[in-house]
Design a protein around this ligand. Sequence first.
Ligand SMILES: NC(=O)c1ccc[n+]([C@@H]2O[C@H](COP(=O)([O-])OP(=O)(O)OC[C@H]3O[C@@H](n4cnc5c(N)ncnc54)[C@H](O)[C@@H]3O)[C@@H](O)[C@H]2O)c1
Length: 442
Amino acid sequence: MSQNNVQPADGKLGILIVGNGAVATTFMTGVFMARKGLAKPIGAMTQYDKIRVGRGADKRYLKYGDIVPLASLDDLVFGCWDVYPQNAYQSAIYAEVLREKDIEPVREELEQIVPMTAAFDHNYAKRLNGDHIKPCHTRWEMVEALREDIRRFKAEKGCSRIVVLWAASTEIYVPVDESVHYHLADLEAAMRADDRQRIAPSMCYAYAALSEGAPFIMGAPNTTVDIPAMWELAEKTRMPIAGKDFKTGQTLVKSGFAPVIGSRCLGLNGWFSTNILGNRDGLVLDEPENFRTKEVSKLSTLETILRPDLQPDLYGHGNDEDTQYFHKVRINYYPPRNDNKEGWDNIDIFGWMGYPMQVKINFLCRDSILAAPLCLDLCLLSDLAARAGRYGIQRFLSFYLKSPMHDYTVNEDPVNNLYQQHTLLKNALREMGGYEADEELD
Ligand SMILES: NC(=O)c1ccc[n+]([C@@H]2O[C@H](COP(=O)([O-])OP(=O)(O)OC[C@H]3O[C@@H](n4cnc5c(N)ncnc54)[C@H](O)[C@@H]3O)[C@@H](O)[C@H]2O)c1
């Protein structure tokens, strides 16, 4: 098997996480526990999934690590930034996602992870009041301070490579503005001019990461890297970027179930999704401007799977200006549930001769338990992509994200269908492993 010129995963891989909250601490605790053989990394495809390579008599099913060189869990080193100073142990206890018996065995490792001061602007997350913040006067100063953090961490921990993962709060909605977000030179000028309305702190993290030769993964629905100027930076620095917003609970179910409706040519009148959630993420999303960012991301999923333009009889007559089915998404902050989110989906479908039917899906999930394995997969696979010389938009990572990255400036359609996304993922692994990518996307 040739490995198609993928550099080996030698040395330590530093994972720098923006945010030291529920998702980040659940991810780190799980990795430490798995290393000690005290827990299993369930849900992480990089650790379990086996895909087919070769054909006919040569057909084999291999784990990802047997196809491509992946960093091992033992080689991961963690660091983070947060607006609160608590270390990862304190933060894991505060988050109340994991039981103490699942945290205590790795208390020492977690206590050593002390957040660096955050690049933060209170206007972007008004419900947060932490003051563990960089004393920066401009956005450009934020970039420089973050670059310095990355360099220092890499040297101090002796890492050969870094990945930066955003698992921090959802910022307020930043609409794409062509005059600032389309060209790298304009973006840099806006950072230097301290344009606080159009340059979110998350853009400073992304800019710093890519400039320091680190892939950047956006786990929240923020605009951040979803702009042509960042694509340009990723091309220039030859670093991978992907879509945004971890596809964990309701949207995972949606992008998996919508193809059931579509492939059987059933009709859709409406899809109403609601959630109750009580963790700090829910608190931040209770602010309408922050929820707007999430709403845009969650709404985009159905449009490219069930298309009114292609099937007007099936998807073209809802009550949304009579052009398509009705699609609504709500998140309600409800503290008693903490991290245990409950998602309800009511799906109004219709069949033969237009007769209506309903599907109800009630997902009682655990937000961070679903997000942690995605964090691991996204970090390992974006590090792999960088070593394979893949840079710019990585469409194969769409599988993990609610908003797949696509070049909207040339009207490229994003791939939202979960099964097509899985094919993209498998093909990318085959190619990087030196095998033929042999499944066409329909
Ligand atoms: N868990 C899921 O299923 C899921 C799915 C999709 C997206 N997400 C997103 O992942 C993110 C993390 O979720 P969570 O439950 O861990 O939230 P959380 O509130 O527990 O943790 C977020 C942390 O980020 C910190 N933070 C905010 N802005 C920051 C900044 N500029 N720099 C550094 N730190 C900053 C906050 O202080 C907080 O500690 C959220 O944006 C959420 O919307 C989660």
